[in-house]
Design a protein around this ligand. Sequence first.
Ligand code: AMP
Ligand code: MG
Length: 498
Amino acid sequence: MSTELPAGFAGLIFDNTYARLPDIFFSRVNPTAVPSPTLVKVNRVLASELGVDSAALESPSGVQMLAGNAIPQGAEPIAQAYAGHQFGYLNPRLGDGRAILLGEVTDRNGMRRDIQLKGPGRTPYSRSGDGRAALGPVLREYLISEAMYHLGIRTTRTLAAVTTGHPVYRETALPGAVLTRVGASHIRVGTFEFFRLHNDHHNLKVLADYVIERHYPEIRATENPYVALLEVVIHAQAKLVSSWLQVGFIHGVMNTDNMTVSGETIDYGPCAFMDIYDPATVFSSIDREGRYAYGNQGPIALWNLTRFAECLLPLMAESQDKAIQKAETILGEFSDIFNDYWLVGMGSKIGLSKATSADEKLITDLLQIMRAGDADFTLSFRLLADCTIATTEKFLALFKTGSSTIEQWLDRWRDRIGNERQSPAEVRSAMLLVNPLYIPRNQNVENVLQAAAQDSNYQPFEEMLTVLSQPFEEQDGMEKYSALPPLADAPYRTFCGT
Ligand code: AMP
Ligand code: MG
């Protein structure tokens, strides 16, 4: 049994719109109490953004709440129902098997945000799972989601992590933990699929109207808001996934239940950042076919959005044929939209204020040379910035093959940069703002998690979090976080046992 905290505890004022939707959307369920919760960390900056008192969250009552042992009045704990395609196969029964939504709050900017516990025990959707999370994956989500945020990528965020004092059993016994996740919402493509599978057109419309109201109120007044909904979600996802490509992020499990309609990155499981550039890079141990490889994420986004479009068909037009025609036209635009985001984003990485299709070859040629030369993705762009005004030595040293092809490319690039309105020094400054020096490199992440989970040493976790909160700023003495790790080209595998 969870105890009750007073309404407004820690400044959390709940207003739960999702819990007012029809019963079929969720199950009411309380977290399962754990023996001895201990605070790992509260994200004070995020707490303040939410208008939440971090000292109260860090107090014994706050820690009880973050572990699911205490529920503030006004919270209405629910697990959300959804379905989804996993690795291309439909799974009609998913839902929050190890997550419980406490409710919604309005942040300081007037944005509605979900506050959800991840790992708080079993729910009606847990199937054979224990509803729990282990400390390692919780810290991993904390690090990577916050890194993504500071890289300027839309993402759910982490408000806090606590340990439970209770082991979870994966291959071995591991310390259990609960993560507090904050998101624009937790509505997924799979949430729509849930109602499509039930042939429940009424609730499909309820859901679509809810999403429009909550995320895209500007399309309410359009001629056909459901057609507009497909369009805006396509734009949001095209922008999101292209932003992943620009930092070398690989989500790892782009199943439709792990794709939000808000356009935030969600569900950090076997995700990772690529070191050496290779579009075929896959980290997830369960992705044997490379379905979710780095370079396949654009096409997979379209695959998922096609599932989303199928759900909206009954709302898009009176006749099925007309609806299909409309959906096909809109889906047909995805590649151009995605490529435009990609081109402008990648163009900015090489110092172009607004790349056009005429610049595409300059970008793809660089990528090809990086591929052939086994060059590090992040450092290639970061050190290229210096080639505007300084020597090219460090940049060239990233390429394992002879330097003549890359030097020829640099000549072409300098010509192109010469046409920019800015001086070389200004181009360099602009490049340093979009090309991070620090990303959560796999080997560093592993070291940090190991120190925390095995030795209860959180100092490396804290240090890495600090470094990643300013990924574009060179920080004294932090070279180990920017350097290419010695084993960067050894196969790295992340596991789904999150
Ligand atoms: P994920 O791969 O983490 O996105 O999860 C896929 C599905 O499995 C979702 O419905 C999760 O809620 C569920 N799930 C994952 N891990 C657990 C667990 N330990 N206990 C219960 N359900 C889980
Ligand atoms: Mg998921």
